[in-house]
Design a protein around this ligand. Structure first.
Ligand SMILES: Cc1cc2nc3c(=O)[nH]c(=O)nc-3n(C[C@H](O)[C@H](O)[C@H](O)COP(=O)(O)O)c2cc1C
Length: 187
C-alpha cells in the first residue's frame, strides 16, 4: 500500500527501476494527451547532494535518498480553458500518482514533498524560469530502522491513515455542506 513513509536507506536504485517508474508516470492520462509533465531524475552527486541542501528542515529524512525526481510544468503545456480551468498541475498530479504507485509496487518508498526552496533547485537542475517545480518525489528502499526519525515521524510511520470523514468531502446529488460557507450559493 502506498504511504508517505520516511524511513529509507541510501541503497542506490537501479537505472532500469527508475526508468520503469518514469514509464508508469508517463502513461498517465492528460487533457488532449498533452503530457504536461517534465521529470528530472537526480540520482548522482554532486547534483543530488546539492538538491538536498535546499530541503526544508522537516525533510531531514530525505537526505538518505539515493534518487529524487523533480516534477515541473507550466500552464501552456496543457489545456487552458477560458472559464478558468488550467490542467497542467492536475496532469502532473496524475503522473506523480502513477509514479508513486509503480514505485510502491516495486517495493520502494516514494514520498512527494513541497518543503524545498524552489528557485535554487530550479537553477541547479536547469529548469527554466517559467516552469513551476511542483514537487520533489523522494525515493528510497524502506528501512526497518526508524531511530533516525523524529519522535513524531516515528509515530507517523506506522500510524493508521488519517483522513477527514468521507461525508465532509464527498456528497451525493446536491451536497452544499461539503463546500463550507460558500456551499449555499449558486455558482
Ligand atoms: C503536494 C504534497 C506535498 C507534501 N509535502 C511534504 C513535505 O514537505 N514533507 C513531508 O514529510 N511530507 C509531505 N507530503 C506528504 C503528506 O504529508 C502525506 O501524503 C499525508 O500526510 C498523508 O499521508 P499518506 O500519504 O501516508 O497517506 C506531501 C504530500 C503532497 C501530496
Amino acid at each position: 500500500m502506498r504511504r508517505a513513509r520516511r524511513a529509507i536507506t541510501d541503497q542506490p536504485i537501479e537505472k532500469a527501476t527508475l526508468e520503469q517508474i518514469l514509464q508508469a508516470a508517463h502513461l498517465a492520462p492528460s487533457c488532449a494527451n498533452n503530457q504536461p509533465w517534465r521529470f528530472v531524475v537526480v540520482d548522482e552527486n554532486p547534483a543530488l547532494a546539492q538538491v538536498k541542501e535546499h530541503l526544508a528542515g522537516g525533510n531531514y529524512w530525505a537526505k538518505m535518498s539515493p534518487a529524487i525526481i523533480a516534477v515541473a510544468s507550466k500552464a501552456d503545456l496543457d489545456c487552458q480553458i477560458p472559464d478558468g480551468r488550467e490542467y497542467h498541475l492536475f496532469g502532473c498530479g496524475l503522473a506523480s500518482m502513477n509514479l508513486m504507485l509503480q514505485a510502491t509496487e516495486l517495493g520502494l518508498i516514494a514520498h512527494p514533498i513541497a518543503g524545498f526552496k524552489q528557485a535554487p533547485i530550479k537553477e541547479l537542475l536547469d529548469i527554466p524560469a517559467r516552469f513551476t517545480l511542483i514537487t520533489l518525489i523522494v525515493l528510497g528502499h524502506p528501512s526497518d530502522d526508524h531511530t533516525a526519525l523524529s519522535e513524531k515521524h516515528q509515530i507517523d510511520e506506522t500510524s493508521p491513515r488519517l483522513r477527514r470523514p468521507l461525508p465532509e468531502v464527498a456528497g451525493w446529488n446536491t451536497a452544499p455542506q461539503i463546500f463550507g460557507e460558500e456551499g449555499s450559493g449558486r455558482a
